[in-house]
Each structure stands twice: as C-alpha cells, then as structure tokens.
Design a protein around this ligand. Structure first.
Ligand code: OSB
Ligand code: MG
Length: 370
C-alpha cells in the first residue's frame, strides 16, 4: 500500500457527565485522531491518550508531537507498507505505545477498506454482538452512585465496574450490593493502593466481586502477585500489561487471574491479539477495556472484543454513555450488547459535520513517495 500522507487531528468532545477516577476528573474527551491517506483508501485511528499524563505517561499533545517528529516520518522509509510492518518500523522509538497504536490502526483501517475486509474478520472475531459493561466513576455521595448504577442497569448493561480509591471503596461496594443484590460487579483502583493496604483490600472479599482491577502501581508485578495470595477477589491487571511479554510475565508470576486488554496501552490491535492468545494459552479470561473512545476507537474495540477469549463483558459501552453526539453513527445497546461492525475496515466513519464542529487543530504530514 502506498500512502500520500497522514493527518493528525485533535478533537474535543464533551462527556455527558464528568468521569472521576483516582487519578483525576475528565469532563471532555480530548482525542487525537490519525488519518492515513492512501492512493486507494484512507484509514482512521484514535489515540487512547488523555489530556494529561495521569493514567500513563502518555498524553494527547505528546502523542501528536512524537507522531509528527518521529513515527510518521519513519513510515516513509517502509517499502510496501502494511499494518504488520508498522510496529517493526517504529520499534527503535521507545514507549509511546498509544501514538504507535493510533498510527498502526489507521494503516490497518486503510488496508482493510481497500481489501473490503472488516476489522473483526481480520482479527479473528467469532461473534456478531459483544456483551457490554459500564465503568462508573467516583461520585460525590453514595446515593448519587446508586442512582447512576440504577440508570445503567435499567439501560441493560450486563456488568457494573465501580472506580475506587482509598476512602471510596468498601462503603460504595457494600451499598451497591445491598441495593442491587447479585449483579455482576467489579472494581477498578487505577493503581491507588500499596501492598500495605492488603488487609484493607481483603475486606472486599466479602462482596463476591468478579475482580479487583489494578490495585497497585503499574510496575509492581511482584506486589500484585503477593496481594493475590492475600485476598480471594481475583486480580485483573490494566496499566501493568503494556505488551504480550508483560502479560506472559504477569501470568507466570501469578500477578493476575484476569487481563484487561486495551489496544492503545499495548501498542495496537495486533499486539492486543497476541495478548489475547497468550492469555488463552494460560486459560486466563480477558475483556476489552476502554479509554472513553469516540465511535472510531469503539468500532475497533468492539471488533477486538468479538475474539473467542473475550469471555467477560468489556468497557465497551454505548455512545450515549459518553457523548450526546458521537463522531460516528452512535453505537446503541440492545440486550446489553453492541453489534460488531461488518463493513470494510472499522465499518464506521466520522460524520463530517460533527467532525468539523469538534476539531480544534489539524496538521498534514506529507510522506515522500517511496
Ligand atoms: O482504568 O479502565 C480504566 C477510562 C480512562 C482511563 C482509564 C480507564 C477508564 C475507564 C473507562 O475505566 C472505560 C471506558 O468506558 O471507556
Ligand atoms: Mg482500568
């Protein structure tokens, strides 16, 4: 595939309600979109990074900078460009997995659109609909939390995830269990605890949670392995799993029993599939995480979630959980599920008027003909 250039576009899309986690509060999704323009087709990728480096070291403008300065120019040197050649071509540049993922996704989308193949088909999906959960931010009070959870259960979500942090953990979990009974329930700490909190976290065991996601620091695999021996709630890793190698290490150490796969965090959908395969080989269940993606990123996530190892509902919620107006035709929940797009590539495209409305900057990076 020949590509003429790459457009970097920053968009700001307001969230329907503020999303608070242990690392901060988001009110707007500031997303970097990558558009690869080829001779026969174009492709889109959405960068998972947020406005500030709070979830990981990556952030929107840093991703745009590394793409413009290093990653996109490096693609210019790749003969016969195809998605599987992107990661090897960028490997010399350390880190910046979310920026790399967005670029690889855009190349893959362009390639698949030209071939008339969907993301789900290319990745090895086996389902046409995927079960969906919802991630519920920290609220100002327990009664407010109960109202929010009630609304999502009414909407049909098949699993509730509560964000927790020290001071907002046992009580909200207890209140949700008391009010809603035996619903599929899990919690996510975004690395807000230390191993010294093990006795406190063991109090969550009484609530029969599906899992406790990323209680400790990103680089603390041994701490997670020790915590796993001290509590009965299964541990799921998110931030720590930055590659298939990290996944293999975590599983070998016993640092987790479940893996949240986020394509941006691991450098793209091809690496995400490798993690799926590593986990399947260990009989470890996986689910698809989210980074408050617009419809573009969501389309690819839903395709990934259609692979056979994704046996747990993901943070692949409907468009209206995030946005009043999504960038694409909205993803809608039916029986707690989203439908996997079947059209070529992502199977969705940005709506031009919406895109124009939310765009805050665009940069065109021409590639020399190779
Ligand atoms: O830890 O899973 C997380 C959102 C932004 C950054 C990190 C996380 C999240 C979520 C929301 O939990 C997932 C979603 O619905 O997109
Ligand atoms: Mg998480």
């Amino acid at each position: 595939m020949k590509i003429e250039g790459v457009e970097l576009r920053t968009v700001e899309v307001p969230l329907v309600s503020p999303f608070r986690t242990s690392f901060g509060t988001e009110t707007v999704r500031e997303a970097l979109l990558v558009r690869v323009v080829g001779a026969e087709s174009e492709g889109w990728g959405e960068c998972g990074a947020g406005t500030a480096p709070l979830y990981s070291s990556q952030y929107t403008h840093g991703a745009a900078d590394v793409l413009g300065r290093f990653l996109v120019p490096a693609l210019g040197a790749v003969p016969d460009l195809a998605a599987h050649r992107v990661a090897p071509a960028l490997a010399a540049f350390k880190g910046h997995r979310m920026a790399k993922a967005a670029l690889e996704t855009a190349v893959l989308d362009a390639e698949l659109r030209a071939r008339g193949v969907s993301f789900a088909e290319a990745l090895g999906g086996v389902r046409d609909r995927v079960p969906c959960g919802v991630s519920v931010g920290i609220t100002e009070s327990v009664p407010t939390l109960l109202d929010v959870v009630d609304g999502y259960l009414e909407a049909g979500y098949l699993r509730i995830k509560l964000k927790i942090e020290p001071g907002w953990d046992i009580e909200p979990v207890r209140a949700v269990r008391e009010r809603f009974g035996d619903i599929p329930l899990q919690v996510d700490a975004n690395a807000a605890y230390r191993l010294g909190d093990a006795r406190h976290l063991a109090r969550l065991d009484a609530f029969d949670l599906l899992m406790l996601e990323q209680p400790l620091a990103e680089d603390d695999l041994l701490g997670h392995a020790e915590l796993a021996r001290r509590i009965s709630t299964p541990i799921c890793l998110d931030e720590s799993i930055v590659s298939a190698r990290a996944a293999a290490t975590a599983l070998t150490l016993g640092a987790c029993q479940v893996v949240n796969i986020k394509p941006g965090r691991v450098g793209g959908y091809l690496e995400a599939r490798r993690i799926h395969d590593v986990c399947a080989a260990h009989d470890v269940p996986v689910w698809c995480g989210g980074m408050l993606e617009t419809g573009l990123g969501r389309a690819a996530n839903v395709a990934l979630a259609s692979l056979p190892g994704f046996v747990l509902p993901g943070d692949t919620s409907a468009s209206d959980r995030y946005y009043r107006t999504d960038l694409t035709e909205p993803f809608q929940l039916a029986d707690g599920r989203l439908t996997v797009p079947t059209g070529p590539g992502l199977g969705v495209s940005p709506l031009p008027e919406v895109l124009a409305e939310v765009t805050t900057s665009t940069t065109w990076l021409p590639l020399p003909a190779s």
